[in-house]
Design a protein around this ligand. Structure first.
Ligand code: SF4
Length: 100
């Protein structure tokens, strides 16, 4: 029998133009953080329509940023993360390189 781990919460997100963002809070059920040379939130979507689940705070479903100290087997093991605007999208601000 396996034990279910809790997914890390997105405790804050300042990317207010994202469709899943309401009052600097993420409401996607689960986000994907990708590796684009930086820890990009691949769930970010800029647009007029708002989405997500109102009563849910976003969680990290998966993370491809394998060089982060919080990453184990492409899953995030941080307690919680923060996300913020970066260029035209958003990045995980909790990312910390293993190599410093
Ligand atoms: S803290 Fe690290 S492992 Fe967790 S989502 Fe951010 S970049 Fe990925």
């Amino acid at each position: 029998m396996t034990t279910m781990l809790e997914m890390p919460r997105v405790r804050a997100c300042t990317a207010t133009t994202c469709a899943y963002n309401t009052s600097e809070s993420c409401h996607a059920f689960a986000i994907l953080v990708g590796d684009h040379g930086h820890a990009h939130c691949d769930t970010f979507v800029d647009g007029g329509a708002k989405g997500g689940i109102r009563d849910v705070i976003g969680q990290v479903g998966a993370c491809q940023k394998a060089d982060c100290v919080h990453n184990v087997d492409l899953e995030c093991r941080a307690t919680a993360i923060a996300v913020g605007s970066h260029d035209d999208g958003s990045d995980c601000l909790t990312y910390e390189s293993r190599t410093g």
